[in-house]
Write a protein that binds this ligand. Structure first.
Ligand code: NAP
Length: 486
């Protein structure tokens, strides 16, 4: 029996056994994972430093976020909002004819395959958001290790498996696999019911095609690339040029530009010297020390810089390909007319410390740019309260998962309202991989019609023994809060 077969069989058994466990037990599993990772913090950060070139402070922050996320989603399991429990009592006077008693609730979909990204060895990796949200949904997880940090993946997985065991979770609730072929077999395995993926558009697209061409197609939640455009109004630039230049550069440089939310394009007013102001600010502030994560990412970063610079009218103001992992800050400049004639430029993600400054003449050009951007994780407006933004905000909302005002897109908080997703190519399916709503990707709703109370799932009973929010005959009804505020 292959590794993939035995691991998925165990994940399936654990999934079935987990179905009868209580929300409080499941919360305990997530909390146990969180505490176990916190307890091994120093060792984990040391391995991650060794394998990724990322600074200890950055890795520490990422691990804190990861363990917070496990506890946050554990609390969600008990809160029960994600179950969307809905009760429509029988109603003989219902407008379209008598209504039967019908009730719906969301349930887990089964074992889930998870692929993490190289640039987030904790937060979007073995113990990251996809793993945490799939476990919170009631699924089991088989994680395919990223080859950029194999030792960290193995050590993190060992800690998680032990934490789950000691908290009483069924064996097989979480497992790790390694190898590209194993990843492919995992996506194709009939017992795998969904895939969570964070990584490149190329890799994500290849695995998406596999997942959707199986005899039984399955949902593929791919969080891919994004160019995260920033739109600066003329009055914002007039009033705050230095602050905007500094904030933009800090966001582009953060983590050597290896963030999926890095601003890849900034649209600034023409004829006010904006590219020069930004370039001077860049020279005044030194680059963060450090190297790109891997030679593979270096190759694709430099390929993207070459592709951008190959278009007539695109000028390199600073930096350019360095031929090694030191990757200095690269700033390119182009006018909006050239971009409007070559809109494919806006889709070119350069995953590293680089960004393109686009000079627009008037609001009409800015509006046109906003309708040419593809699906984005984020779009940002740097504006002033008295700006007439025309159709800019609706255009950005149509194309982006998160729209920011006078802020910078790097930094994605874990909370209830967070939306880390967006139309393709930002993601392959609607949904978010960060925040409370990430859980619902790994569930589906079932409606029960006419069942007697004793046969209903606990969350759908009139006496509400789980104490969860229920929408009863159209009205959202919250449970009385207990001592712990829930
Ligand atoms: P990657 O090269 O796509 O790798 C991701 C995972 O997929 C790895 O485990 C990789 O394993 C596997 N994989 C890729 N192609 C495959 C194929 N054809 N067949 C089977 N397995 C395959 O991604 P990365 O380089 O780590 O990440 C960088 C990219 O991720 C950037 O573009 C960035 O924007 C994006 N990203 C997005 C987010 C987000 O939330 N949207 C967050 C972080 C990063 P193997 O190498 O073993 O094949």
């Amino acid at each position: 029996m292959s590794d993939v077969q035995s691991v998925v069989d165990a994940a399936e058994r654990a999934y079935r056994s987990g179905l009868s466990r209580t929300p409080a037990e499941r919360r305990g599993w997530l909390e146990s994972m969180s505490h176990a990772l916190d307890a091994e913090r120093d060792e984990l950060i040391a391995i991650a430093r060794d394998e990724t070139h990322l600074a200890a402070a950055r890795l520490g922050g990422e691990l804190t976020r990861t363990t917070f996320q496990l506890r946050f989603l554990g609390a969600e399991v008990v809160d029960g909002t994600h179950l969307e429990a809905t009760i429509d009592h029988a109603d003989p006077t219902w407008g379209m004819g008598p209504r039967p008693d019908i009730r719906s609730i969301r349930r887990p979909i089964g074992p889930v395959a998870v692929f993490g990204a190289s640039n987030f060895p904790f937060a979007f990796s073995v113990a990251g958001g996809d793993t945490a949200s799939a476990l919170a949904a009631g699924c089991t997880v088989v994680h395919k290790a990223h080859p950029a940090h194999p030792r960290l993946a193995r050590r993190t997985a060992a800690i998680l498996i032990e934490a789950l065991r000691s908290a009483g979770a069924p064996d097989g609730t979480f497992a790790l696999l390694e190898g590209e072929d194993e990843g492919v077999q995992l996506v194709q395995h009939p017992l795998i019911k969904a895939v969570g993926f964070t990584g490149s558009t190329r890799g994500g697209r290849a695995l998406f095609d596999l997942a959707t061409s199986r005899p039984e197609p399955i949902p593929f939640f791919g969080e891919l690339g994004s160019t995260n455009p920033v739109f600066v109004t003329r009055s914002a630039w007039q009033r705050r040029s230095q602050e905007i230049a500094d904030g933009y550069l800090a966001s582009v440089r953060l983590g050597r530009g290896q963030f999926c939310t890095k601003p890849g394009f900034i649209m600034v007013p023409a004829a006010v010297g904006a590219p020069q102001v930004i370039a001077h600010a860049a020279i005044d502030q030194p680059d963060e020390p450090g190297l790109l994560l891997s030679s593979r990412l270096r190759d694709s970063f430099e390929g993207a810089l070459d592709a951008l610079a190959a278009t007539d009218g695109v000028e390199t103001l600073l930096g350019g390909p360095s031929g090694d992992e030191s990757a200095p800050l690269t700033l390119l400049r182009v006018d909006a007319t050239t971009v409007l004639e070559n809109p494919e430029l806006l889709e070119q993600e350069a995953f590293g410390p680089a960004s393109v400054i686009v000079e627009y003449r008037d609001m009409a050009e800015l509006d046109q740019l906003s309708t040419l951007i593809g699906g984005q994780l984020t779009s940002t407006v740097q504006g002033e309260p008295d700006d007439d933004l025309g159709a800019l905000l609706p255009a950005l909302a149509e194309r982006s998962g998160r729209v920011l005002w006078n802020a910078w897109p790097t930094g994605v908080t874990v909370s209830w309202a967070q939306q880390h997703g967006g139309p393709y190519p930002a993601t392959t399916a609607a949904g978010t991989s960060v925040g409370a709503a990430a859980i619902s990707r790994f569930q589906r709703a079932v409606a029960y019609q006419g069942l007697p109370p004793e046969l209903l799932p606990l969350g759908l009973r009139d006496d509400n023994p789980l104490g969860i929010p229920q929408r009863i005959d159209g009205i959202l009804t919250l449970p009385a809060k207990g001592d712990d505020g829930r």
